[in-house]
Structures are given as structure tokens and as C-alpha cells.
Design a protein around this ligand. Structure first.
Ligand SMILES: [Zn+2]
Ligand SMILES: [Zn+2]
Length: 314
């Protein structure tokens, strides 16, 4: 009994220590934390930092992603992501998994597939869609985990089911008009705003909004002229322009070709390439699978056909 009271006393002391202002920062809503790349400034960064310091996990995550990927502050970014992950933030767990899988911020030898899969599993247990999808592909391929195709398929089905649930919830709460049709037919992968996975079934649902951190990163790179290359450029200059600036070592750091992701390589050739065309690059299996259904299926041209076309042009 005494132990419990001591615990409560300690807790109250800590809460008092937080102060009124810190409580406000700790409870800042996701909407107020959804900063835009165009309005990035020192005061905005200070605000996020203050929220993060007050224990706001969403702020830890967003600032962590911005520091890690956009500002190039790998250790500071990773520390914030770790804080969010320890607090049970699903997106942070998944993002740390991607970092571990790729050895981001370090060398290729720093990749830790087992750690990546373990983080991914924790995020998947919290219902994170990308994590469910990633883990499904890992299990199917035996990547970081013991290969188990049946279990992998189960996770992919779970990812789709979860996605459907979220899309329906979004349709019902935010876009009442979009919820009406569950439009059969006519959709196809090119339907604007349609959920690409459900288009397989002829349904047209609004695609889930990416996390604000992903929106920020995508806008950040777009405003700096860095674009993902999904199609092979016709000539080398175009290719150089499409991949943006270099890491100083003469090579380009590529953006994840899934346009709603926004992650960028931290070293050359960090991301996986589409093995068919070699032109698209992905931070994860989840992004690759999603982009295939969303856009790349229509853009992907086998490498030998490029070589053939190049030969004919000469
Ligand atoms: Zn990605
Ligand atoms: Zn391809």
C-alpha cells in the first residue's frame, strides 16, 4: 500500500514539475503539429522541440523525421524517433524499422535486418498499415525473419483490411460525398483520389492521407527540385536533373519513388531498385508494393527494351 502511495506521490511531483505551459505543449494536437515545409522556420522548429521535450510523441516523431531526413541531423533525428517509439508511437516504430533495414545514416554494413523486422512487428501489432505490409513481404521473402509465405500472406491481407477500414472511416467522417458511391467500375488505377488497392475490386475510395511527416518531406524535396525517378529519363542530363543534388561524392541521393513517402537516401544506392526497370527506387518493400499498384505498373518498362530502343536510335 505504501509502495503505491509513494508511486502516486512521485507521479504528482513529476506532473507538478511539468508546469502549466508544458502541459499545453505535451497535449498539442496532431493538427497543430502538422507543419508545412513551405512555412518551415526556426520558431516552428522551436515549437516542435518544445512539444517534444514536454513528452508529445507526435512532435517527437515529426521533428525526428524532419531532422533525420530533411536536415541531415541523423543522430538527433534518430534519438527523437527512438523516444517516440519507446512511447509506443506506431509510425515511429515503423520508421525506425526502415532505418534499420537500410542502415540509414550509416554504412551498408550497419543494416540490421533482424532489428528492422522486430521493430516492424511491434508497429504491425499496433495496426500500422505500412508495417503490416512490410512484415508481410519480409515473411514471404525471409527477409530479417524466418520465411513463412502463408503467414506473410496473412499479414498482407491484414494490411488491406486495415486500409479498407481506415478508408471507410475517412470517407464517412471527412468526405461524405465520396462515401456514397463505393463506385463500381470505371475506376482503374488512374482514378484520381481513388484507393489503388481497392481499385482491384472496381471500388473507388478516397486514398488515406499520408502522415503529415511524409507530406512535409515530399514537399520539402519538391520545393528543392528533388524528384523521384519513376521512369527512365531519355538522356543523361534529364536523369541528372530528375534525381536532384548529389551527396558530394559525385552520385545522386535518390528519393523514394512512392510519391507519398518523401524519404530520401542517406548514402548512394541505399534504397532498393525495381528489378525490372532499374529506374524506380524504394525505401521499403511496403512503398514498392504500394507504388506498383498505384502508378509504377503502368510506368515500368523492362531494362532490355530501353537498351533496344537506345540501339535503334543510334
Ligand atoms: Zn518510401
Ligand atoms: Zn520498374
Amino acid at each position: 500500500m505504501r509502495g503505491v502511495q509513494g508511486l502516486i506521490r512521485n507521479l504528482c511531483k513529476r506532473l507538478n514539475g511539468l508546469g502549466r505551459h508544458d502541459m499545453v505543449f505535451a497535449k498539442a494536437s496532431p493538427a497543430s503539429l502538422a507543419v508545412k515545409a513551405a512555412s518551415w522556420s526556426e520558431p516552428v522548429q522551436r515549437f516542435l522541440k518544445r512539444c517534444a521535450d514536454a513528452g508529445n510523441l507526435e512532435a517527437c516523431y515529426i521533428l525526428g523525421m524532419i531532422r533525420f531526413y530533411c536536415l541531415g541531423n541523423r543522430s538527433g533525428g534518430a534519438a527523437l524517433l527512438a523516444r517516440a517509439a519507446v512511447g509506443g508511437h506506431a509510425a515511429a516504430l515503423y520508421s525506425l524499422a526502415v532505418i534499420q533495414f537500410n542502415g540509414s545514416g550509416g554504412a551498408k554494413s550497419d543494416r540490421d535486418l533482424r532489428a528492422g523486422a522486430a521493430l516492424c512487428a511491434r508497429a504491425a501489432a499496433l495496426g500500422h498499415v505500412d508495417a503490416l505490409r512490410e512484415l508481410g513481404h519480409c515473411l514471404q521473402d525471409g527477409y530479417g525473419v524466418r520465411q513463412d509465405p502463408a503467414e506473410g500472406r496473412r499479414f498482407l491481407v491484414a494490411a488491406n483490411a486495415r486500409e479498407l477500414t481506415l478508408a471507410l472511416a475517412a470517407a464517412a467522417s471527412h468526405r461524405p460525398f465520396a462515401a456514397l458511391p463505393l463506385g463500381v467500375g470505371g475506376g482503374g488505377s488512374g482514378t484520381i483520389g481513388g484507393c489503388p488497392l481497392l481499385s482491384d475490386f472496381g471500388w473507388s475510395l478516397p486514398e488515406a492521407e499520408p502522415h503529415p511527416a511524409n507530406l512535409f518531406m515530399a514537399d520539402w524535396w519538391a520545393s528543392r527540385g528533388v524528384q523521384a525517378s519513376a521512369k527512365k529519363a531519355a538522356n543523361p542530363e534529364e536523369a541528372a536533373a530528375a534525381t536532384g543534388d548529389s551527396d558530394g561524392g559525385g552520385g545522386e541521393l535518390r528519393l523514394c519513388s512512392h510519391v507519398r513517402c518523401g524519404r530520401r537516401e542517406t548514402r548512394r544506392h541505399e534504397f532498393r531498385r525495381c528489378s525490372v526497370c532499374g529506374a524506380a527506387n524504394y525505401c521499403s518493400r511496403a512503398c514498392q508494393a504500394l507504388d506498383w499498384k498505384r502508378a509504377h505498373k503502368a510506368q515500368c518498362v523492362p531494362m532490355d527494351r530501353w537498351l533496344l530502343a537506345a540501339g535503334e536510335a543510334q
